[in-house]
Design a protein around this ligand. Structure first.
Ligand SMILES: Cc1cc2nc3c(=O)[nH]c(=O)nc-3n(C[C@H](O)[C@H](O)[C@H](O)COP(=O)(O)O)c2cc1C
Length: 271
């Protein structure tokens, strides 16, 4: 268990760990002090105790990662003010034109690193990651995705014409000639798996944008994976839940953010 205890030389008994812990560990009412109850395997390792302790007194090991802090952690709205985030998100686009240049491994690692800070239900973090950069392999998967989708009458009606156009435009149509595809999959068939994967991919796409990269979700592959083991096998992934996005250097610039239809919101109160 990575959370291994409380450093009592540092602990002042402020009880912040106890108040913050979603599972209410760190409670010893009789001794009226914070103490380290034997944490059983219901601890979700969310690390909120580490995050809130003013004395950095929570002891842990084996996370494979270290806690860190920075100036402004208590005023995140100053690190990324809403106006900047608004522009960053409004200008976030699906990119379908890529330079041939490959993304260096250390840059891809930065994207994959931030993906792994995405929240997941119960902090289970069971997802697995695969990057495919081999063009032959991407071509084989792309062909298998199209073949699979064209066998489904609904998908054929919707996409036959589009794939005809994409095949003329791209060598690897499903992946829009991007140099890399990142797959995220989960072998555990749990209810929230698709949400987790969706959030992870969104973190990755935003991280990519902050590094000057472009991305596009790849729902086609996801649907084909649900219908064909061949696509899964070629991609080297397993399970019932997966998502994929293409990533590379964009070969297009956008000049403005298009409008979006606005949805009515129920329940907002005048304050
Ligand atoms: C779950 C999901 C799956 C998607 N699948 C594909 C896809 O297979 N191919 C594609 O070209 N775009 C795909 N897209 C991109 C959408 O078409 C795109 O987000 C939408 O048209 C809005 O454009 P924008 O992302 O540039 O704002 C997908 C987007 C999402 C959220």
């Amino acid at each position: 268990m990575p959370i291994i205890g409380v450093d009592y030389d540092k602990c002042t008994g402020c009880r912040m760990c106890m108040i913050e812990c979603p599972r209410r560990y760190f409670i010893n009412e009789s001794e009226n002090r914070v103490f380290f109850e034997d944490i059983d395997n219901t601890c979700s390792l969310c690390g909120h105790c580490i995050a809130v302790c003013p004395e950095d007194a929570i002891l842990y090991e084996d996370f494979g990662d270290e806690a860190f802090t920075f100036d402004g952690i208590d005023q995140l709205e100053k690190i990324v003010p809403y106006d900047n985030l608004y522009k960053f998100i409004r200008a976030h686009r699906s990119i379908r034109h890529f330079k041939k240049k490959e993304v260096p491994k250390e840059i891809l690692m930065k994207v994959l690193d931030l993906m792994q800070y995405a929240p997941t239900g119960s902090n289970l973090r069971l997802e697995k990651y695969v990057v495919i950069s081999d063009r032959e392999k991407l071509k084989a998967i792309s062909d298998a995705v199209i073949e699979t989708l064209m066998q489904n009458p609904g998908m054929r009606d919707q996409y036959e014409e589009s794939f005809g156009i994409l095949k003329k435009r791209y060598e690897i149509p499903v992946f829009l000639d991007a140099p890399h595809v990142i797959f995220v999959y989960s072998m555990l068939d749990m209810q929230l798996a698709d949400h987790n994967i969706g959030i992870i991919i969104t973190y990755g796409r935003l991280a990519a944008q902050s590094l000057g990269l472009g991305t596009c979700w790849n729902g086609w592959t996801q649907i084909a994976c649900l219908e064909s083991k061949k696509v899964m096998k070629l991609a080297g992934i397993r399970g019932k839940h997966m998502g994929a996005f293409v990533i590379g250097y964009p070969n297009i610039t956008h000049k403005r953010c298009p409008p979006r239809s606005r949805k009515p919101v129920k329940g907002l109160k005048e304050t």
